[in-house]
Write a protein that binds this ligand. Sequence first.
Ligand code: UDP
Length: 195
Amino acid sequence: MSKVNVLGVNFDKMTSQQFQEKFIERIENHKSTFVVTANPEIVMAANENPEFMKVLKEDADYITPDGIGIVKASQMLKDPVPERVTGYDLFVWLMKVADQRKLRVYLIGAKPGVIHAVQAKIAGQYSGIELVGAENGYFTEDLDLVANRIARTKPDLVFAALGFPKQEKLLSILRKEEVPALMMGVGGSFDVFSG
Ligand code: UDP
């Protein structure tokens, strides 16, 4: 699959629709899939943090260009990505897919009030979703323990809204253990979705 390297991060050169088709295929086949939606801040942070860069290089299955800055950079490299593909748009789309297909979803992140509001929204508007976990992002345990708790619920989809690099570190543990879910870090998406 074609990729473009922007400051060390390999972005997939796919449209939103192409990403969606791949994700559906992998969900149907119960493949462990770690998606990173990387904006310019994430690219810069990875360049300053070798451990985080390693997660992006070795653990991520797909990296989407989440920001016009990445699209512009790829154009300057004369190897353009087709379009911006944001974490929030993918999150909302995946929640609709989960609702239609009655998927098992685990949500972790944001403040307690926000995650409660997200739960209420799901109960009202996405009642097909089987919510197997919803917890706030201010836990104090090690990420390994949290990853273990998530894996035990056998989710199809895992969304972590912890900000980077914490959310990517957590999801890379699940990916290394080949938990058969599609997992994605979604930054501030729960805050937006709950409103
Ligand atoms: N957050 C969290 N736990 C933390 C730090 C942050 O759950 O230890 C949440 C925060 O409440 C917000 C989300 O992570 O809902 C994204 O935070 P931020 O906007 O800083 O990240 P970005 O969207 O820039 O990646």
